[in-house]
Design a protein. Structure first.
Length: 189
């Protein structure tokens, strides 16, 4: 795994190799966008569409105002904006509905919970699903909610997330989608 940074030489304490954004993109089989959603599209443009073409991009970003009360893409989503700007880069939105501590350790919660996937490219979603499984999300916890336009729902959940976090006094939680026993689970990816 390679981390991309604007200032790789200053990022010496991350425990993983760090390279420039361009170098990271050049080496990547799969890219992850984990930058502030307000600047993600601009940052990706600095790498350039040709360098990103064909590489699946897992987008966990959300664009929020400094006080976390407003979205930077209120009638759309960052995921859609990235997909539109980079049509040859299959974008999969996931993991943005929870805190980063939960993203990487879902088994640390009291019970199973749900991670959502949005994207137009089936193969990129399958790749993302495999990586999520490696991260500790069993296929039964992964819910494909549709094309990239459904990233909107994931990102807008950030507002409710902040309210729940306020109510609980903690960011270490997640939501779990439950159904009546007779409702079949979606086919696993
Ligand atoms: N943290 C969470 O729990 C969480 C949960 C759900 C979703 N998200 C989303 O995931 C994304 C990353 O979250 P984060 O908490 O890791 O964010 P962050 O710490 O603010 O930013 C991550 C990295 O992006 C680069 N960066 C920061 N500000 C920038 C700017 N103005 N212009 C360009 N690059 C900048 C920095 O790397 P360099 O300086 O090394 O380039 C920084 O270390 C965000 O979109 C956030 O909304 C986070």
């Amino acid at each position: 795994m390679l981390l991309g940074s604007r200032q790789p030489k200053e990022r010496t304490d991350l425990g993983l190799p760090v390279a420039s954004l361009n170098e990271t993109a050049a080496h990547a089989e799969v890219l992850v966008n984990a930058t502030p959603g307000t600047v993600s599209v601009e940052l990706l443009h600095s790498i350039g569409a040709p360098a990103l073409a064909g590489t699946p991009l897992i987008d966990v970003g959300v664009g929020l105002s400094d006080d976390f009360t407003e979205l930077s893409h209120p009638n759309s989503s960052l995921g859609e904006q990235i997909q539109e700007a980079f049509p040859l880069t299959p974008v999969v939105k996931t993991l943005c509905t929870m805190d980063s501590t939960v993203m990487i350790a879902p088994a640390g919660l009291d019970g199973p919970s749900t991670v959502f996937l949005s994207g137009d490219d089936a193969e990129a979603k399958r790749t993302t699903g495999r990586l999520l499984t490696d991260l500790g999300w069993p296929p039964s916890s992964q819910l494909d909610i549709g094309g990239i336009t459904t990233a909107r729902g994931q990102e807008h959940f950030a507002l409710l997330f902040m309210g729940i976090a306020g109510g609980l006094g903690s960011h270490t939680f997640n939501i779990n989608v439950v159904t009546r026993p007779s409702v079949q689970s979606p086919p696993s990816m």
